[in-house]
Write a new protein. Structure first.
Length: 175
């Protein structure tokens, strides 16, 4: 099964149980930021099982930002989110391979989702003002577990800029 385009209509047609509270956040953020054109996922007939949104920045260096990821409760524990993250990461036109394209990957994760991202090999630099944890690394190949966490000028700037998304509590090493 390959990810397919997910529309706003398909996503909002799913009823949200208490276990799907993040679905409302997903919808609101996708609406506010115009992210539906970047949203793909897996369908079970006409029902959305899981959806992801990865958007690339327009300025250099290019960063792929995992904006949103949600698996509806009835479809959890099937590896769908893992497959979506790995699929989207693997499809990035990475600079390391092509000489042009995406150079960095960024995830801002709620604390309860950090274990999932760590299971993919991602590491976090610390906490943002929102309470989310920040992962930022240079992409080396099609596997997120091989990301380069060397503290480049760009990464240092993103972590400590004081702007929205920067860290308020930093770990000694990414973990």
């Amino acid at each position: 099964m390959l990810p397919v385009k997910i529309t706003r209509g398909q996503f909002v047609s799913m009823s949200s149980s208490g276990d799907d509270r993040f679905a409302a956040t997903f919808r609101a953020k996708a609406d506010a930021m115009g992210l539906w054109e970047y949203t793909v996922g897996f369908l079970d007939g006409d029902k959305v099982m899981s959806a992801i949104c990865v958007k690339q920045t327009r300025r250099e260096p290019v960063v792929a930002n995992l904006q949103l990821l949600h698996t509806f409760a009835v479809y959890r524990r099937q590896g769908l989110a893992r497959r979506l993250v790995l699929s989207e990461y693997g499809r990035l036109p990475i600079r390391a391979c092509l000489g042009v394209g995406v150079e960095f990957f960024r995830v801002s994760s709620e604390p309860d989702a950090v274990a999932f991202y760590r299971s993919l090999g991602l590491k976090f630099w610390g906490y943002q003002k929102s309470g989310s944890l920040l992962c930022l690394h240079r992409i080396c190949d099609k596997d997120p577990a091989n990301g380069d966490y060397k503290l480049t000028k760009f990464i240092e700037g993103a972590l400590s800029s004081g702007r929205r998304g920067a860290l308020v509590e930093r770990f000694k090493e990414p973990c």
